[in-house]
Ligand binder design. Structure first.
Ligand code: DLZ
Length: 155
């Protein structure tokens, strides 16, 4: 089942050729987050963002996405930030702490900087659910995150 944004191109109301977008990628669950990154970057390219204007930064884990997002959103030349991560539930409540912290942190960065800061974080019960959403049967949430950024830039 695809989400409302994963059906292909959105008509952007703005020219994105000089729009700079930061993509922050968590290194935990790398095979998933790389798939999210590639889908997000190719969606931005297909909507007119240039290769030079896609700025990739890595952070160790999803928990660090908030600070990475803040550092990038504070830069004048950055128009939007897309955060990509994947948290998979384990045997301890660690999952809940990371998910809550990053959801709150990313929201806060967007509100504080007044720039679109997009939550492209998978929070799944197991790896299969993550693969299903990173290029599998439920599409790719990296693509959705990129389309969300484009829509917010055209707000
Ligand atoms: C520690 C941890 C655990 C258990 N699980 C994940 C995960 O599933 N996905 C993820 O992105 N990061 C995980 N981390 C790492 C934390 O995000 C963070 O990097 C560390 O707690 C250090 O602050």
């Amino acid at each position: 089942m695809a989400g409302p944004l994963s059906s292909g191109k959105v008509i952007s109301r703005i020219d994105l050729s000089s729009t700079r977008i930061a993509l922050i990628v968590a290194e935990w669950n790398e095979e998933i987050t790389e798939a999210l990154y590639h889908a997000a970057a190719s969606t931005l390219l297909s909507h007119g963002v240039t290769k030079e204007n896609i700025i990739r930064k890595n952070v160790p884990g999803t928990f660090e996405l908030s600070l990475g997002a803040q550092w990038m959103a504070q830069r004048d030349e950055i128009d939007a930030v897309i955060c990509l991560g994947c948290v998979i539930q384990g045997e301890t409540p660690h999952f809940d702490y990371i998910c809550q912290a990053v959801a709150y942190g990313i929201t806060e960065v967007g509100l504080k900087t007044g720039k679109p800061v997009i939550f492209g974080v998978l929070t799944t019960l197991n790896k299969q659910q993550a693969f299903d959403r990173a290029g599998g049967k439920y599409g790719n949430k990296g693509e959705e995150a990129a389309l969300t950024a484009i829509k917010m830039l055209g707000f």
